[in-house]
Design a protein around this ligand. Structure first.
Ligand code: AMP
Length: 603
């Protein structure tokens, strides 16, 4: 088995890490960064960029620059209403009723876009480690439901990765703590990122971490704070100029950018100046925005969001059956945990100093790498027992929800439920599987209607069918069934999922074709670079030595340069470029030998 990498696939940024013998290390990406913006940009020529370059085109090409796609992964279109106002690209509905991202005429599933980010991380890891990487651990927010987990796994598959395990982000952070500290205690992991909030309570006993309870909110992150500030900026602009600029995408993107910068500034400064010249123009000329935002005003407007996170802390403690005094350490994770008011509120709630020993941007990927080390067998002495984040159950009479595996059950977990028919000779039984906490079935997330088909003719109530519901170590739900005679596979289960196997395979082969094209384009670029250097060396040589050279040699050198220029003009023909490069190399060596002067291209 090659190296298994640990990936924190974040809403805003992603990080990839690995175990270097017994030490977890963050992998540096192609641009030299430790974090990669989770942004995918498409050019007019349908070229794709991921990371920093894509983030840079956010302002100029907002329709074709996809950020925060994690907010949509595994979501039904009708569930995405709260997230769509946070982005400027088009969010559509695909034929399965799931979210799709529209770029030009093409619809992409959020898993396909996420796969593009994963592909870049995988490439960075391969370049860094100097070997192919095919296996990974990917982290997700603790409160992600089965569909979101499955879609994240699909994204890995599309990117050509075998996803060995999906682990919860706060659990990964707890693993990093466990690996580093080895201290028996109970910790809280407060994870406030770009798009999500999670809080987990973890007991640590010797080398075993035991997640006692976990809660989260998928519409509570840095992006939501930016939206509050953006709305305030729009209001300021309206008050000063009487113009409602909210309909203009570029204006909204500029405001959101400025809002995020101001928010980050206010983590260290007590006030910040927001200056956006030429925001819009009307008959009176250009309109600028210039306002001061104080930390106090910012805390006031974002306060309700911060309060929500504390509310979740209160609830998770109640669910864990512990008191505030039982929590000995609070580990802060995620970029938004750097906000001073957030730190104060968490400190006040838990009544103790916070642990800032870990880099909040990297600790989740570090934990994922440690889990990779555990699965590789390299790291022997840490075990983390995780829990289900949501209750799993089925719909019963009266549209009620019957819980089969309650939330906060240690995973893997399973539950067997006997079902039967309600009419004579019934050949099919439908089981509607859901996740959530509401007693009303429709208020929970539907995972699908699992159909047991192929039942033998029998009076109603006679068939005894054993249905097994299991939640695996990745938090992914599996349903299997066998009939009363104990014959497995006597019944076929049909379960609707987000992307079909065929669609995943198609997306995977498309992604690998794209990767091959990208590699070829990079090789062509390298070869062109070599020719350009050879030609500069030859041109310089000719300029400096022409007067002393034989006429024939001058003509041959000019001919060689002409051939080089022609090859460069056919920019995509790699074979021709390579052949010309070899020819130039041979010609330069021959000329150099003949005249006794070295012709060395600059490196
Ligand atoms: P993450 O998902 O952990 O990468 O967190 C990204 C979020 O953290 C984004 O919304 C950032 O704007 C936010 N963020 C990063 N640094 C800071 C900071 N110093 N103060 C406030 N928010 C920050």
């Amino acid at each position: 088995m090659g190296k298994v990498i640990g990936i924190d696939l974040g809403t805003t940024n992603s990080v990839v890490a690995y175990m270097d013998r017994l030490e977890p290390r963050v992998i540096i990406n192609e641009e030299g960064g430790r974090v990669t913006p989770s942004v995918v940009g498409f050019s007019k020529a349908n070229e794709r960029f991921v990371g920093d370059i894509a983030k840079r085109q956010l302002l100029i090409n907002p329709d074709a620059t996809i950020h925060s796609v994690k907010r949509f992964i595994g979501k039904r279109y009708k569930e995405a209403g709260r997230d769509t106002p946070l982005v400027n690209y088009e969010v559509a509905e695909n034929k399965h009723g799931d979210v799709a991202i529209k770029v030009g005429e093409r619809l992409y599933s959020p898993a396909e876009i996420s796969a593009m980010i994963l592909q870049k991380l995988r490439r960075s890891a391969e370049d860094f480690l100097g070997e192919p990487v095919t296996e990974a651990i990917i982290t997700v927010p603790a409160h992600f439901n089965d569909r979101q987990r499955q879609a994240t796994k699909d994204a890995g598959t599309i990117a050509g990765l075998n996803v060995l395990r999906i682990i919860n982000e706060p659990t990964a952070a707890a693993l990093a703590y466990l690996h580093d500290r080895r201290k028996n205690c109970t910790i809280a992991v407060y994870d406030f990122g770009g798009g999500t909030f999670d809080i987990s309570i973890v007991g640590i006993d010797n080398d075993v971490g035991d997640v006692r309870a976990t809660r989260g909110n998928s519409a509570l992150g840095g992006g939501d704070i930016d939206r509050v500030v953006t709305d305030w900026l729009l209001e300021q602009f309206r008050t000063e100029h009487g113009i409602d600029a909210s309909g203009d995408k570029i204006v909204r993107q500029r405001l959101r950018d400025a809002a995020e910068r101001a928010k980050i500034d206010l983590s260290t400064a007590t006030e910040t100046e927001i200056h956006l010249p030429f925001l819009t123009a009307d008959a009176q000329g250009p309109r600028h925005l210039q306002v001061t935002l104080t930390r106090a005003a910012f805390e006031n407007m974002a306060g309700p969001l911060f309060e929500n996170t504390i509310d979740e802390c209160r609830k998770v403690l109640a669910e864990s059956g512990l008191r505030v005094e039982d929590i000995e350490e609070v580990v802060m994770v995620g970029g938004s945990s750097r906000i001073p008011r957030v730190k104060e509120m968490v400190k006040e709630f838990f009544k103790r100093p916070l642990n800032h020993a870990f880099n909040p941007d990297e600790v989740v990927a570090i934990g994922a790498a440690i889990q990779a080390g555990v699965l590789e067998g390299e790291v022997k002495s840490v075990t983390l027992l995780d829990v289900t984040n949501l209750s799993l159950g089925i719909e019963v009479e009266g549209r009620r929800f019957a819980k089969l595996i309650p939330k906060n059950t240690t995973i893997p977990a399973q539950k067997i439920q006997m079902v039967s028919t309600v009419i004579d000779d019934q050949h099919t039984v439908k089981i509607h599987v859901l996740q959530g906490e509401s007693g009303t079935a429709t208020d929970n997330v539907s995972l699908g209607e699992f159909e047991l088909v192929g039942l033998e003719s029998a009076p109603r109530g006679a068939p005894r069918i054993e249905v097994k519901f299991a939640v695996d170590a990745s938090g992914i739900v599996h349903v299997s069934a066998r009939d009363g005679r104990g014959v497995q596979n006597a019944i076929t289960i049909r379960a609707p999922t987000g992307m079909s196997k065929l669609e995943i395979e198609q997306a995977k082969s498309e992604a690998s074709v794209h990767e091959r094209r990208r590699e070829e384009a990079a090789e062509v670029k390298d070869s062109r670079g070599t020719i350009e250097k050879q030609m500069v060396a030859l041109e310089t040589f000719l300029r400096e030595h022409k007067a002393l050279m034989h006429k024939q040699d001058v003509a041959e050198t000019e001919q060689a340069l002409k051939r080089g220029r022609m090859a460069l003009a056919k920019s995509t023909d790699k074979a021709n470029i390579d052949e010309t490069s070899n020819y130039l190399k041979r010609f330069s060596a021959h000329l150099s030998d003949k005249l006794g002067v070295a012709i060395i291209p600059i490196q």
